[in-house]
Design a protein. Structure first.
Length: 399
């Protein structure tokens, strides 16, 4: 088994950038050809930085367009093999061609190949996770047991009978299978696990390692397929070769500096479903350098929380984009954070403002105008707010 899925993983940065620019230009042309609400208004692409001049596409907009023009909102979607439903509802197309979801790259990094039988414990009903991982298993030549979720006793029996060697599913369900096998005195051959859809806590990963199972995780969504994945180095998540990932300030489309926490925005180069600057709602950050495993693409830190931090304070919704508007009004302000608390039986709002110089009273007036709420202003030194992507910190307790 070769170390890498293909030569794309070890390209030079110049080679990758050139290929991504070509793919991006083609995707924008496909999106514009649809001639509907999602038609893009932006400059010609001379460099990848030009992508930041295009609008961000949010799930709320996608849902609205799909209702107006079902099932896919008028996007330039090639005839799909499958149509899936996610909460919203939002409908996603699915394909069956080679590595359509780009999950094969991750399974290969897990060491899964043609000699493996993958017990796929992702759901197969309505949502695409089961098909995403099955398509990836086919891309690496593995056999698949389409197990889905539940019926643990039958899952243990099937794994033992057919000699399952690899698991695909949420991080915690494998423990349920292994614990049940131990309780029943059944010896399983599972030594590899490809997980997603939930948090893989270090203690759980160590427990699997102690039981002889190497467990790696991917970051994927129903709309985009695989976005990033772990390798054997287990140092961050390597961005997939078929997407362009940006980290932007929550509530805006403005890229943040490398290392700063922000919202993950993804452009997929899948010609069957052109999504340009699709906002995932997840927080992450770019990691410096390349992975020790030899793959050269950008790395991110993995899931670090949700970017949608909208809170209702004193009966009014406060959104990250409003906070961003406040910051944009003041050149000397680098960052701001809204903190919602309770004082007695009343909501209270404090706005911490990172400023190199400014007047608290003026900021208070600006906050009232922009957020439509009055709040206390606390001036703090530039760089003193945590680098965690939090714009609205709701500290209220309702128990």
């Amino acid at each position: 088994m070769s170390k890498y899925f293909d030569a794309l993983e070890t390209r030079s940065q110049d080679e990758r950038a050139s290929a991504l620019i070509d793919g991006l230009r083609a995707q924008i042309a496909r999106a514009r050809a649809a001639k509907n609400a999602c038609q893009l208004d932006g400059p010609e692409i001379a460099s990848l930085s030009d992508l930041a001049k295009y609008p961000v596409l949010r799930k709320s907009e996608l849902s609205k367009w799909q209702k107006e023009n079902p099932p896919f909102g008028g996007f330039a979607v090639k005839k799909p093999a499958h149509i899936f439903q996610s909460p919203g509802p939002i409908y996603e197309p699915g394909g069956v061609s080679h590595d359509w979801w780009r999950m094969g790259r991750f399974l290969h990094a897990c060491g899964i190949g043609k000699d493996d039988i993958v017990q796929n414990c992702f759901g197969y009903h309505l949502t695409p996770a089961g098909m995403i991982f099955e398509n990836g298993a086919q891309a690496v030549g593995a056999s698949v047991l389409p197990a889905g979720v539940g019926q643990t006793e039958l899952q243990v029996r099937a794994a033992a009978d057919i000699g399952t060697t690899a698991y695909a599913g949420t991080p915690d369900y494998l423990k349920i299978i292994l614990d049940r096998a131990d309780a029943d005195g059944v010896k399983l051959k599972i030594t590899k696990a490809a997980v997603g859809g939930g948090a893989l806590f270090p203690s759980l990963r160590q427990e699997y390692a102690d039981r002889g199972v190497t467990c790696l995780q991917s970051y994927a969504t129903a709309d985009l397929g695989n976005i990033a994945y772990e390798s054997e180095a287990m140092e961050g998540m390597i961005v997939d070769e078929g997407v362009i990932v940006e980290i932007v300030r929550p509530g805006t489309g403005d890229p943040v500096a490398d290392g700063e926490v922000g919202e993950v925005v993804v452009t997929t180069l899948n010609p069957d479903y052109p999504l340009i600057r699709f906002a995932t709602g997840d927080l992450s950050a770019v990691m410096p350098g390349a992975s020790p495993c030899g793959r050269t693409n950008m790395r991110i830190k993995g899931w670090m929380g949700r970017a949608d931090q909208t809170a209702k304070i004193k009966g009014m919704f406060v959104r990250p984009e409003q906070v961003a508007d406040f910051v944009a009004k003041h050149a000397e302000v680098s960052k701001a954070r809204v903190i919602a608390t309770r004082e007695g039986e009343m909501d209270a709002m404090t706005v911490k403002v990172e400023s190199s110089g400014g007047d608290a009273d003026a900021y208070a007036r600006s906050v009232a105008e922009t957020l439509k709420l009055k709040g206390r202003i606390e001036l703090v030194a530039p760089g003193s707010l945590p680098n965690d992507g939090i714009v609205i910190d709701d500290q209220r307790v309702y128990d």
